[in-house]
Ligand binder design. Structure first.
Ligand code: IVH
Length: 662
């Protein structure tokens, strides 16, 4: 008898552990919640009645999924873009005008509150929540599935019967203000530090490896975008929101649509007034073009869509004193006045410096050293001074003047328009250090561990004096630095080694050519295909690219006409740097053809399929239009198939598609 009980307890423990794994780690439960509860109840009762069989690793004590020791990386279903921010009515009007002009039609706009939380992606397969990730760099994020499973507003299963076989949505993890205040109250009572704001708690909770901690935080997820869907797909943002709601997601209240800028501006004012009364934090509104075909027509830049903007509210503000004003020398030699402030908390962040941008700004503000100032901060934007409180002056304030000589290298400063510039280029230590930091930054060549502080140290110790010197760093030199043990040294050397192979667009961006940001760098890479071709390009050839005007073209030709720059590129090559060409193929089985996929694909993943199209010189489309060349149909195709048939577009099975590209 006792043997039987022990056997039953063991069996229940093993079974429950197996179901935990299936549920939490694999996302494939085999039994219903009530069956699971019944097993757990039986085990609890048996353990209570027979304490002699107690065990610390019984699922009645451990509960749920195993705790991972680090987050896995997950590639997003489609890139998670961010939004361009605007702050004025004029910018909003300009946005609306540009949309209407480029859409060549009347445009309807959907306005939503801009939720101030943490952006996440949720993926559903066969109607079940299978994985969720943080935004990360927009392409890959961290696998926070276990944490998201603890949030009640993340449906475990989609609500409708005919739910799509695959669905990816984007949303925001939030903490309601009421829940935030309660949490802080109990933290204070426990003698713990309170959290700064709800956003920090939401983000911090997602970064917990132990999902049991996340489960204790009252979080909510609001969804606002369908990233991918099989079967019936919506054609507008309004439809998408309705669909999300029907599928069981929470969508943000207060969504409204307008057909002109005036309506949007009024909505913005109204919501800004209501802001303090809402139970969740918002920092603006998001304005989106409603029609997906118009969104597609408008297109995207590298990281922002052209069909949406974040129209921000007035930022939070505080008063403090400007104890001093100094200057910083930037990457292009421009001197920027910087106010050193008496530290002050602005919207949950301690601020001790604020850029004054340029001399014009200093004069416009009329700021003097020692003045009382109003500091503002909005979202992730660097704090800035919006106003000087002249009535608080004592007479002891001092004027600020731009230095005649560069504080870094002593060269005479030249004035260009509103800018004061050190003309010494890469011979100026400050500019050189900035150039090296820029080259190794995330968006450029991405050398992990080579931060501005490390660059400063390596420069001061005489270990680097140019970008290519990064690749000449020796192990012994690094080990001789204070605090540099083997691990840190090897990590940096490994990161540098990894950065010997660089995609062309990142390399171009990393060169730090004036006026060439990431987006322009990408355009240049795909047009010219190699550094040599770009270096040879004349102004006319450059301005042939739609988004490149004479000013950018001149920066580029100026850069390559400087011997020092071309020599440095050669040096990088000599140090083993290889630049990966990324040019749109000039031939291929799908050259200039537009291909769309629908239904769930059996022979390949959606991303793979799209990459195949691109590698054959084609374009992966996102909706059915007259320009579409092929529709490739997987299992359970939706309305796209009907639409394509009506338009007489060629329909292919997966096999036919694979045959076509050989
Ligand atoms: S749409 C491609 N809608 O704002 C469009 N974003 O950079 C993707 N956000 O990181 C964003 N509320 O986390 C959208 N209703 C809303 C939003 C929203 C908040 C966040 C999002 C994004 C940031 C803008």
């Amino acid at each position: 008898m006792a043997k039987d009980i022990e056997k039953r307890i063991r069996k229940l423990r093993d079974e429950i552990k197996r179901h935990n794994r299936l549920y939490y780690t694999k996302g494939r439960p085999e039994i219903s919640d009530s069956e699971y509860d019944r097993m757990m109840d039986e085990l609890k009762k048996l353990e209570e009645a027979h304490p002699e069989y107690a065990s610390s690793d019984s699922p009645t004590r451990t509960v749920g999924a195993p705790i991972p020791d680090k987050f896995k990386k997950i590639e997003h279903v489609s890139p998670m873009l961010s939004l361009e921010s605007i702050r004025s009515e004029k910018e909003l009007e300009h946005f609306a005008q540009t949309c209407a002009r480029d859409a060549e039609a009347a445009v309807r706009y959907v306005c939503e509150p801009k939720l101030d939380g943490l952006s996440i992606e949720l993926v559903y397969e066969g109607g079940r929540f299978t994985r969720g990730s943080t935004r990360g760099d927009g392409f890959t994020g961290e696998d926070v599935t276990l944490n998201l499973r603890t949030i009640p507003s993340v449906p475990r299963r989609l609500k409708t019967d005919n739910s799509p076989s695959r669905l990816a949505v984007r949303g925001e993890v939030m903490m309601h203000i009421k829940d935030f205040q309660e949490l802080n109250k109990s933290r204070i009572a426990e003698g713990k530090e309170p959290f700064a704001n709800p956003r920090n708690v939401a983000a911090g909770s997602m970064r917990q490896l132990d999902w049991r901690i996340t489960a204790q935080r009252k979080l909510t997820v609001y969804c606002y975008r369908i990233l991918e869907i099989t079967g019936e797909s919506p054609e507008t943002q309004e439809e998408a929101l309705r669909m999300l709601e029907e599928l069981g997601f929470r969508i943000s209240p207060k969504v409204r649509s307008f057909t002109d800028a005036a309506g949007i501006i009024e909505y913005h004012h109204k919501l800004e007034k209501q802001r303090e009364e809402l139970d969740y934090e918002i920092d603006g509104i998001v304005v989106k073009v409603n029609s997906f075909s118009q969104q597609k027509k408008l297109g995207t830049r590298t990281t922002n869509p052209k069909w949406a903007v974040a129209y921000k509210f007035k930022p939070r503000r505080e008063l403090t004193r400007a104890e001093d004003i100094t200057v910083q020398v930037g990457r292009t030699g421009v001197l920027t006045p910087l106010a050193l402030l008496q530290p002050v908390e602005v919207g949950g962040v301690t601020v001790s410096r604020a850029t004054l941008h340029n001399m014009d700004q200093v004069e416009k503000l009329g700021i003097k050293i020692g003045d009382w100032v109003r500091v503002e901060r909005a979202g992730d934007v660097i704090p800035y001074i919006s106003e000087v409180l002249k009535e608080k002056r004592t007479g002891k304030e001092k004027d600020f003047r731009m230095p005649d000589k560069c504080p870094s290298c002593g060269s005479g400063i030249v004035k260009e328009d509103v800018f004061y510039r050190c003309p010494n280029g890469l011979s100026c230590p400050a500019q050189l250090k900035e150039a090296i930091t820029h080259y190794s930054s995330k968006g450029a060549v991405d050398i992990e561990g080579l931060s501005d502080k490390t660059v400063e140290l390596l420069y001061e110790k005489g270990l680097i004096g140019s970008i290519s010197d990064i690749y000449r760093l020796e192990r012994d030199e690094l080990l001789s630095l204070e605090g540099w043990k083997q691990k840190r040294t090897d990590n940096l050397l490994r990161a540098i080694d990894k950065a010997r192979e660089v995609p062309l667009d990142r390399f171009i961006y990393g060169l730090g050519i004036r006026n060439v940001g990431k987006h322009i760098a990408t355009l240049l890479a795909s047009k010219f295909g190699s550094i040599e071709n770009l270096a040879k390009a004349g102004k006319d050839e450059l301005t042939d690219i739609k988004e490149i005007g004479p000013e950018i073209a001149e920066s580029i030709t100026d850069f390559f006409s400087e011997k020092r720059n071309t020599l440095e590129i050669e040096n990088l090559r000599k140090c083993g740097v290889t630049i990966k060409k990324k040019k749109k193929p000039e031939k291929g089985k799908l050259l200039n053809k537009k291909v769309l996929f629908t239904g769930s694909l059996q022979k390949m993943k959606r991303d793979q399929a799209k990459r195949l199209v691109e590698s054959e010189g084609g374009e992966a489309a996102s909706s059915v239009s007259g320009e579409l060349d092929y529709l490739v149909v997987g299992e359970k195709p939706g309305s796209k198939l009907d639409k394509a048939r009506k338009k007489g577009i060629k329909i292919l099975t997966e096999e036919e598609f694979l045959d076509l590209i050989g």
